[in-house]
Design a protein around this ligand. Sequence first.
Ligand code: DC
Length: 242
Amino acid sequence: MKEEDWVVAIPKLGPVIAIDGPAGTGKSTATRQLADALGFVHIDTGALYRAVALLSRKSPQIATQEEAEVAASLAGRVHLEFRRNPEKNPANRIFADGQDLTDQIRTPEVTMASSRISALPAVRAALLGLQRRLGCRGRAILEGRDIGTVIFPDADVKFFLSASVDERAKRRLIELEATGVDAPTFEEVKAQIVERDRGDSSRAVAPLKKAGDAIEVDTSQMTLDEVVQMMVQTVRKRLWQK
Ligand code: DC
């Protein structure tokens, strides 16, 4: 049985929207706003990979074992879930074995580690069923790299967001500066983006690629509002005005 066939064996009970694309395309913010506009649940699948990466780095086993081995065994046993807490920002929190990791998963170290461990077939396999279960009740928007190709090949609407590397680096730098961390230079941010794209697109299992039936949106010259409006209209037309 192919991976895709196994996945769709968990039936989808309502509409699912897949949003894929590389970092810095405005994907996360646009997805959050689209979910709010439609009253859908937003599932940030990158947070799952980030949580596994963070826990691997913190694991005492990392002193004696390879990162790949630690991450693979951890991904198979940790209980990951999203819980909403409207009093916090972001409201959608990622928990691992009952512990809220949300505020720790966005550091540059975890970002690079999550890209590395997401290339491991054992890690992807461990997170595959979970992602399908999280979205299968419907009225869900899943955001990631392989949602339209692997996790929900049967998604009702698929978007693939793209933007030029320079534009993405510019946006990432603004984001980093806003968080108050010691901001790197534009060239450093750009080099990191190129490195992460290379890793995400060239891995053997579920590489970042546009699904054949996904709508590509180049956000380089678009405002966030324009991206969200375009997606809201497309979804409404596809789902409710057939
Ligand atoms: O979207 P993000 O930057 O939070 O994702 C972190 C890493 O996880 C990214 O380098 C690629 C990986 N990822 C993935 O391989 N598949 C997904 N569905 C989501 C994220």
